[in-house]
Design a protein around this ligand. Structure first.
Ligand code: NAP
Length: 357
């Protein structure tokens, strides 16, 4: 708004001749002029007075026009800032993201294997059952939001030739090296690619996204101004919600995510196998464990499986977890054995064995 005003203020400025004196500004200029042109013939004075009046009218009109242009121009700017975003995979996370996109005024199109038209209406999106119809809408941005396991099949099934040549493709998969390679391999070279990972979900982000990490890697963004601007406008959606924006390579993301994410989900899933119950004497620590089970198990098993299958660092982490658990057990049982051994062999007269005998 502010840049628009100043731009148009400077555009309209030349149409307004600078006021010759402060007096001319404050008083009717006809009178001021009449005093300076007193020796001119009457008809000349009248013509001058008319001309001055006309000039004053033009000034007023011009000011009004400039104001109208401003509001129209700011509307146009808002319109231009508005992205047409297509979400492919309108499940749990797709709907969660889509709600924010429409709340920020972006146009939203949704496509999924299942019919989510009611959910789309609720979010304010147009739902498409046919990917051809979706692509013919020529979205500015296509967000790939399917399960990690189905991403390749879904991407291969899209009629990419129906999209505009410069389309920006974004993925939000929870692993990053895999979709990066997939998009580089399957998309035409003219498409832009932005790999992202909003590191929160419908459960952890239900009270807002402020302070939550958003990782992104501009894998391939054309160097023209409009492409750079489009990518920035997309990232701005998350920045405006207060996300902690972290630019990081896909490889570095996966290294970190194995510990941060796969470990968290594994512990949550492991605890869920214990079928833990809330009790009247819950401690804070125990409440945290219950919360962890709820957070992780509300995501699909496909998501968890994808974290394991498509992040090579996850296998190593699972092995480290096994080793750590074994070592912890060894430490506990080692101490227990020490005590038992002492009781059995070091003072047999006072030991359990001796008593029994
Ligand atoms: P998800 O189980 O990982 O994915 C569900 C989506 O994948 C649905 O839209 C589903 O389609 C689609 N899908 C699954 N199998 C398919 C197949 N064979 N063919 C076509 N589509 C298929 O659960 P999600 O939580 O919604 O996650 C979506 C993506 O966001 C995942 O890549 C995940 O890693 C990422 N992500 C999730 C979170 C989170 O907290 N949930 C956070 C960050 C990133 P239908 O709608 O037709 O069932």
């Amino acid at each position: 708004m502010i840049p628009t005003q100043s731009r148009f203020a400077s555009l309209s400025a030349p149409a307004l001749p600078p006021p010759p004196t402060p007096r001319l500004q404050n008083q009717p200029s006809v009178q001021s002029l009449s005093s300076t042109v007193v020796r001119l013939p009457l008809h000349t004075r009248r013509r001058r007075q008319q001309r001055v009046r006309r000039r004053r009218e033009v000034r007023a009109l011009d000011a009004a026009q400039a104001f109208d242009f401003e509001s129209r121009a700011s509307e146009e700017m808002e319109q231009r800032a508005r992205l047409k975003i297509a979400i492919v995979g309108f499940g749990n996370f797709g709907q969660f993201l889509g709600r924010k996109f429409t709340a920020q005024g972006h146009a939203l199109l949704a496509y999924s294997r299942s019919d989510h038209s009611a959910a789309a209406r609720d979010v304010g999106a147009d739902f498409f059952c046919d990917p051809h119809d979706l692509c013919e809408q020529h979205p500015d941005v296509v967000v790939l939001c399917t399960s990690i396991l189905s991403a390749e099949a879904v991407l291969r099934s899209l009629p990419l030739q129906r999209l505009r040549r410069s389309t920006l493709f974004v993925d939000v998969l929870s692993v990053k090296e895999f979709p990066k390679n997939l998009l580089l391999h399957l998309l035409p070279p003219d498409f832009d690619i932005l790999c992202t990972h909003p590191m929160y979900g419908p459960e952890s982000g239900k009270h807002g996204w402020a302070g939550l990490p958003f990782v992104y890697d501009k894998v391939r963004i054309g160097d023209s101004e409009d492409r750079i601007d489009r990518c920035d406008r997309f990232l701005d959606i998350f920045a405006r919600e207060g996300c902690r924006m972290v630019e990081m390579s896909c490889a570095a993301h996966d290294e970190n995510a194995a510990e941060i994410q796969f470990l968290t989900h594994t512990v949550g899933r492991l605890l869920s196998k214990l079928d833990l119950k809330s009790t009247p004497i819950n401690t804070k620590g125990y409440e945290t464990l219950l919360q962890l089970v709820e957070n992780t198990c509300s995501d699909s098993f496909d998501l968890y499986n994808g974290l394991f299958m498509y992040n090579k660092n996850s296998t190593e982490l699972l092995e480290r977890l096994d080793i750590a658990f074994d070592s912890l057990k060894k430490e506990l049982f080692g101490r227990l054995h020490d005590i038992l051994r002492k009781q059995l062999f070091e003072s047999p007269s006072s030991g359990t064995l001796a008593k029994r005998n």
